[in-house]
Design a protein around this ligand. Structure first.
Ligand SMILES: Nc1ncnc2c1ncn2[C@@H]1O[C@H](COP(=O)(O)OP(=O)(O)OP(=O)(O)O)[C@@H](O)[C@H]1O
Ligand SMILES: [Mg+2]
Length: 375
């Protein structure tokens, strides 16, 4: 059994990490736990793969007697999608069919039907499709949620919250949600999302219904020394020898983004045995490129020549002052207006994002791949 465990790769990426796969972040955990305990609503800002969802999960798991009602709003397009996601999360929380049935009874407008799969015993449901398209349906759903969550210590998490903006009637929907949530003072709501700029727009713009409706917590990189220590221990758990310098070089290669660091370590694990050295980083990158190269290739095919030049320019020169003469000349772009337009497109495609005046790559692997291509 022990040998088998040691063969297992001790690194995980692309999912919520917990237990030994999770590097503790005591300062953020304390802050978030404090907000939750005092019933405050919180918005968590942070770029992709920084560990927002894992942090929330770790905090709620660590709070005795508390539970999490987790609503994933990724790619919601309609009011019905939002209502169904919330009802699904209630079903996930209340596994007992009788309790869930009671919850459904609180949604008369939506005419819910409970379904039980005879083979698996899985509890499902359906909502009246037309009724669920009326934005006001969300009020009923949030009232039901408050009855379920308000009885005990339940944290409601709305993840990928910025995707509410995909809805045709997003402003009405946001106003209705805010209207309900502000009266549910006994429930701490945590809002988070992976498109920082849109989340900031939702919570920091005076025209937004959610303006100043929650305290802010920023989740950036994991503090370097503790992350390095954590990674060293993960390698050691499988009897791999690695120096502190090599671990720091791994972190540097992907700009210390936790998800990318874990992905690189996972690949390094696969190409090494016994000891790990700095030369293994390049081999592991090649493994990642083999897995993801086709995707990166198709990313490039979507770009116009100017957009591609800008992308290469940001990869090579860096993403500051992309409208300066020096940058334009080196990137081979005619004028500042073209660079500006191309940058808007690269942000829309989420290849890059703007961080304090600097365009940064959303995936450091994409940048590394571009730099190794022979253009
Ligand atoms: N505390 C942590 N310790 C170790 N690895 C972490 C930690 N937090 C995040 N990671 C790494 O980052 C990956 C993404 O984590 P998570 O999904 O929590 O981030 P996120 O910020 O919610 O991402 P997204 O913006 O894509 O939703 C994890 O699979 C893991 O590899
Ligand atoms: Mg997340």
């Amino acid at each position: 059994m022990k040998a088998k465990l040691e063969d297992n790769n001790p690194f995980r990426y692309g999912c919520v990490v917990e237990d030994s796969f999770y590097c503790p972040r005591p300062l953020l955990e304390r802050q978030l736990a404090g907000f939750v305990r005092s019933g405050q609503n919180v918005v968590i800002h942070g770029e992709r793969r920084m560990g927002k969802t894992s942090l929330i999960n770790a905090v709620v798991r660590g709070l005795r007697g508390w539970r999490m009602l987790y609503v994933d709003l990724l790619h919601v397009q309609t009011v019905g999608d939002v209502c169904r996601r919330i009802v699904s999360s209630v079903r996930n929380l209340e596994r007992k069919a009788t309790i869930f049935e009671k919850a459904l009874k609180l949604l008369p407008r939506l005419r819910p039907v409970m379904k039980i799969d005879p083979a698996s015993g899985e509890v499902g449901f359906a909502l009246d499709a037309r009724a669920a398209e009326d934005p006001y349906a969300v009020e009923e759903v949030l009232d039901m949620l408050s009855k379920v969550a308000g009885n005990g210590r339940t944290v409601v998490v709305f993840d990928e919250f910025q995707d509410i903006c995909n809805l045709a009637d997003a402003q009405t929907m946001l106003a209705l949600m805010r209207g309900r949530i502000q009266f549910q003072g006994d429930i701490p709501y945590v809002f988070t999302g992976s498109v920082r700029s849109r989340m900031v727009e939702l919570f920091d713009n005076p025209d937004s219904a959610f303006y100043k409706s929650a305290l802010t917590l920023c989740v950036g990189e994991i503090e370097q020394d503790s992350f390095a220590k954590f990674l060293l221990a993960r390698f050691a758990s499988g009897r791999r020898r690695v120096s502190d310098e090599t671990v720091r070089a791994i972190m540097d290669t992907v700009a210390n983004v936790p998800g990318d660091v874990q992905q690189l370590c996972e690949a390094i694990w696969g190409v090494t045995a016994g000891s790990v050295g700095p030369e293994d980083i390049e081999t592991a990158l090649q493994v990642v490129f083999m897995r993801e190269g086709d995707k990166f290739e198709s990313f490039c095919e979507r770009l116009s020549p100017v957009q591609f030049k800008l992308l290469m320019g940001i990869a090579r020169i860096g993403g500051r002052e992309i409208q300066s003469r020096a940058f334009l000349d080196e990137a081979g772009i005619g004028n500042a207006a073209s660079a500006r337009k191309a940058a808007i497109r690269l942000c829309e495609l989420r290849y890059v994002y703007l961080f304090h005046g600097e365009y940064r790559f959303s995936s450091m692997f994409f940048r590394a791949w571009l730099l190794r291509r022979d253009y």
